[in-house]
Design a protein around this ligand. Structure first.
Ligand code: ADP
Length: 362
């Protein structure tokens, strides 16, 4: 059993920032693991020292690295100030420092190295650059075909005109899909979508998904195999429908006509309180080295079908976020014979199910 002190120590050790707790005269009385990692000093080496021997606020003028960085205009109210941390090897590390006084006698310093902030900035820059590229490609195509129709439309044959218009329409559809996916990503990342749990009957849910996919899946054989008497899953109907839609849409997109896509649902292996739903295709497969990247934002693999079919590379990222938001898990296995995506969700116990039915009917 953890004592209360060990419990708090564990929390502080697991904070992503470097933490130094000091006396009112700035003598270090405790540091966390991340502070050890950032500074290179051990806890024993720092306790009893004045914190300013290691970390101190700086200004743009004095810091060689910080003068490149935008400082917040409202410095007084800013939670974090610019600072420098001198590590054990006497290297100066540019950091953000926040200082707060507790109990009128202890001072807590929180330290974040700029390399971490730069990493987040880089992720943001990469995101904006990828989105701009994804937007520019269809826009260039739309502009090109619209210009041709305007300047030479009268001299083009009717079929050519129709072909150009249908390309413009398909590029607009692509843009619409991208914008819709980006909105979903932004809602999921802001955690502004609520998960409304209820007992979802797989058979009924799949019927509606397959109906909506009918126009895309008409060249494939779709097989559904749900274990008899399998309980419903505890999920959000709309979210689960979107998950199945994305997985089935991919299974169809990345496999040739005439092949089979199967959906199997049964109790999860070694856990009868969970249900697993597998979507299996006989498609092009995903190379092993890409399997770990497949759920990342904008990851599209280069294979003949990916070049042929349209996509945004956001579908599986959204799918995984949706599954996670329902406290479930999603994994993938793949080889040259095809891919299998497995979604695991909680099964609804018979008592909860009966209770819910009763509430719905009254
Ligand atoms: P996209 O919009 O490109 O389909 P996804 O995030 O849904 O985006 O998928 C990312 C990439 O993963 C796809 O571009 C494709 O290369 C690969 N992929 C996804 N599902 C499958 C599948 N069932 N079979 C083969 N490759 C797949």
């Amino acid at each position: 059993m953890l004592t209360r002190k060990d419990f708090y120590k564990e929390i502080i050790d697991n904070l992503p920032e470097g933490v130094a707790i000091c006396d009112s005269d700035n003598t270090v009385i405790e540091i966390n693991k991340n502070f050890e990692k950032i500074s290179g000093y051990t806890r024993e080496e720092l306790i009893g020292k004045e914190v300013f021997e290691v970390v101190r606020p700086s200004s743009k003028e004095t810091c060689a690295v910080c003068h490149e960085i935008e400082e917040p205009e409202d410095k007084q109210n800013s939670a974090f100030q610019l600072g420098e941390l001198k590590d054990k090897d006497d290297r100066l590390i540019c950091v953000r420092i926040s200082q707060s006084v507790i109990n009128k006698k202890n001072i807590i310093y929180l330290v974040i190295p700029f390399s971490d902030i730069a990493f987040l900035n880089q992720a943001h820059i990469d995101f904006v650059s990828t989105v701009s590229h994804e937007l520019r490609t269809p826009l260039t195509s739309i502009k090109g075909f619209a210009d041709t129709l305007l300047s030479a439309g009268d001299n083009l044959k009717k079929e050519q005109q129709l072909r150009f218009i249908s390309i413009i329409k398909s590029q607009i559809d692509r843009l619409t899909r991208l914008v819709e996916n980006l909105l979903t990503v932004s809602k999921l990342e802001a955690r502004s979508t609520k998960t409304i749990y209820k007992a979802v009957e797989l058979e009924k849910m799949l019927e509606s998904v397959l109906y909506n996919l009918e126009h895309k899946s008409k060249n494939h054989k779709i097989k559904v195999n749900i274990l008899p008497n399998l309980p419903p899953v505890w999920a959000d109907t709309d979210k689960l429908e979107q998950v199945m839609m994305n997985l089935l849409d991919n299974a169809v997109k990345y496999s040739v006509h005439g092949t089979t896509v199967s959906i199997d649902a049964k109790f999860a292996e070694n856990d009868s309180e969970k249900v697993e739903i597998k979507v299996k295709d006989q498609g092009v497969g995903i190379p092993q080295e890409f399997l770990s990247k497949i759920f990342n934002k904008f990851s599209r693999l280069d294979n003949p079908l990916t070049r042929e079919v349209q996509g945004t590379g956001l579908g599986l990222y959204i799918t995984k976020s949706l599954v996670r938001s329902m406290k479930g898990d999603i994994t993938v296995q793949s080889n040259e014979q095809g891919s299998t995506f497995k979604v695991v969700l909680s099964a609804v116990s018979p008592e909860t199910h009966t209770q819910q039915r009763f509430q719905e009917n009254n």
